[in-house]
Design a protein. Structure first.
Length: 236
């Protein structure tokens, strides 16, 4: 399947935030998909515009900053004709370059047993979209708590994508994120395992206490023999 991408850039003033935010906008169309506009704000994943239902859908993870964009729908509608012109100027039968993704799996916050957290599967530097992402917990496939970003672009026009999993860490749990892409000979799997850090060892405390006790006993014994020696000297 051949896919064509058009990258646009625009500045949008949020009505609720007293600052300018730069939205990098990607308009997508393929042989089987309609137009779609995806945006990231200030270099971070942000939203996509659902033109069929006339609404803006925020796709940023809950842990990221939130920025309102009440004018994004109008902006998207205005840029669709621009995208159509680009598509009409490009041939869909041109061969596609394929670049395999780099995959990382890591927790969003410091991990503590039983404390809710996020695992982030970060898929970067690939072309073209899409990628398929699958999660497992202890070798069992899971879908609950999984969220995915839309496809966002790097400066070299490769793409990056986030898949996040909400989880409550428990000792011994093993999580995997498996990524499939046409440029890969086989799926790439990353594993993350949680182990409760061992508590402080008692050995230093025991040895310290034993040494202190022996030291006190040694001092007491020495004083005892010293006094006895002085008494014996006085008698003589």
């Amino acid at each position: 399947m051949c896919t064509v991408f058009v990258i646009l850039h625009l500045g949008v003033i949020s009505a609720l935030v007293q600052a300018q935010h730069v939205f990098n906008v990607m308009v997508l169309r393929s042989e089987t998909e309609e137009f779609e506009m995806t945006a990231c704000a200030d270099g971070e994943e942000y939203l996509y515009v659902d033109l069929d239902n006339q609404k803006v859908v925020i796709t940023a993870p809950e842990f990221s900053k939130q920025i309102e964009c009440p004018v994004c729908l109008n902006v998207a509608e205005g840029y669709i004709p621009v995208g159509k012109k680009h598509f009409s100027d490009l041939a869909f039968d041109s061969p596609e370059a394929k670049v395999p993704p780099d995959v990382m799996l890591y927790p969003k916050e410091e991990v503590k047993q039983g404390v809710n957290n996020y695992l982030v599967c970060y898929i970067n530097n690939f072309f073209p979209p899409p990628v398929q992402v699958k999660w497992t917990k202890n070798d069992v496939k899971i879908t609950k708590g999984v969220k995915a970003s839309h496809y966002l672009f790097n400066n070299d026009i490769t793409f990056y994508h986030f898949s996040t999993l909400t989880f409550d860490p428990e000792d011994g749990d093993i999580y995997t994120c498996t990524v499939e892409h046409p440029a890969l000979d086989e799926p790439v799997t990353r594993k993350w395992e949680f182990e409760v850090p061992p508590g402080p060892s008692l050995d230093p405390v025991v040895f310290c206490g034993l040494g202190l006790t022996l030291g006190i006993l040694g001092i007491a014994t020495g004083m005892f023999f010293c006094v006895k020696g002085m008494q014996l000297t006085n008698v003589l």
